[in-house]
Design a protein around this ligand. Structure first.
Ligand code: SF4
Ligand code: SF4
Length: 292
């Protein structure tokens, strides 16, 4: 066990004991990468998708790990902090939840980087069964990018082979800001992004690497988004990039929801930085007007 800055425990999980909850989500779902992924667009059909369009009739197995390697002040999923070490699910038990209507698995949380061995073993078991029965099963990861280089490559190899993707939530370009917001440096995340772009030419469609950033009012403004987008574009300007609306939560309940004006400035900044695929997500959350 390792303590983070709040004194909460981080979980060191094994394949036999994962601390998580899971549920099914019918496709297409509001996944951060859905605008470019096989479940919504049919990209990669028929090798990686059941339909040449929205994958109606199939579902996603959403795996929510109850632990994280970061300690974000704005955490939008902070309820997992009250569920540390509740129960335990073996990788084999979780893999058995993949049935013949499950077209994809998404690991998130929390963050799968904090229980990576469990997620990797689950993925291998589920993929073996899918291969044996001739089924499509995409494996996707939603992560802050903090896993080791070796672990990150393993995540990508499984995503690449299965038609899935690795989704990196990039919190900030500036390291000091990143430490202030998350408690952790962003160096590992940027190093991992640099190694993952090598995989893009191996399967350009559907895209194996997707990035996103939460637009935290007063902290992650258009200048910060431009800096993130420039670094992403320098790596590969075709990386799909989603900008996500913030809503007040965890230790930042006193902040407003991202405004439409803030989001539009960030959208423009990301495009001007050279990224070719930028999207504003969660637009239903955007507050009218601006902060001034
Ligand atoms: S888990 Fe992957 S395949 Fe499924 S909806 Fe999300 S990005 Fe698409
Ligand atoms: S990386 Fe995500 S889940 Fe982890 S603390 Fe930050 S916002 Fe919460």
């Amino acid at each position: 066990m390792v303590e983070n800055r709040e004194g909460h425990l981080r979980v060191l999980a094994t394949a036999k004991k994962g601390y998580l909850s899971w549920y099914y989500d019918w496709l297409p779902t509001n996944c951060v990468a859905s605008w470019v992924c096989p479940a919504e667009t049919g990209a990669g059909y028929p090798e990686y998708a059941y339909r040449d369009g929205p994958e109606f009739g199939y579902k996603n197995l959403a795996v929510f790990y109850h632990s994280c390697t970061y300690d974000c002040l704005f955490c939008q999923n902070s309820h997992f902090r009250g569920q540390y070490l509740e129960g335990a699910t073996a990788a084999a038990e979780l893999a058995a939840a993949v049935d013949d209507k499950t077209a994809c698995v998404c690991y998130f949380g929390g963050d799968p980087a904090s229980q990576l061995e469990h997620a990797l073993v689950t993925s291998r078991l589920a993929r073996r069964e899918a291969d044996n029965t001739g089924r499509i099963l995409r494996i996707c990861w939603e992560t802050n990018g903090s896993a080791s280089a070796r672990g990150t490559r393993q995540m990508m190899e499984i995503a690449l082979a299965s038609g899935g993707c690795v989704k990196f939530d990039v919190k900030a370009a500036d390291e000091s800001l990143h430490v202030a917001l998350t408690g952790v440096s962003n160096r590992q995340t940027w190093e991992n992004l640099a190694l993952l772009v090598e995989y893009i030419p191996r399967r350009p469609s559907p895209p194996p690497l997707v990035a996103s950033t939460l637009l935290v009012p007063g902290y992650v403004d258009e200048d910060e988004v431009a800096a993130i987008a420039r670094r992403l574009a320098d790596l590969n300007d075709y990386i799909p990039y989603s900008l996500l609306a913030f809503y007040p939560s965890h230790h930042m309940r006193d902040l407003p929801t991202t405004s439409r004006a803030h989001a539009e400035r960030c959208y423009q900044a990301a495009q001007e930085a050279g990224l070719k695929r930028v999207r504003l997500a969660n637009v239903h959350l955007l507050a009218p007007g601006d902060y001034a």
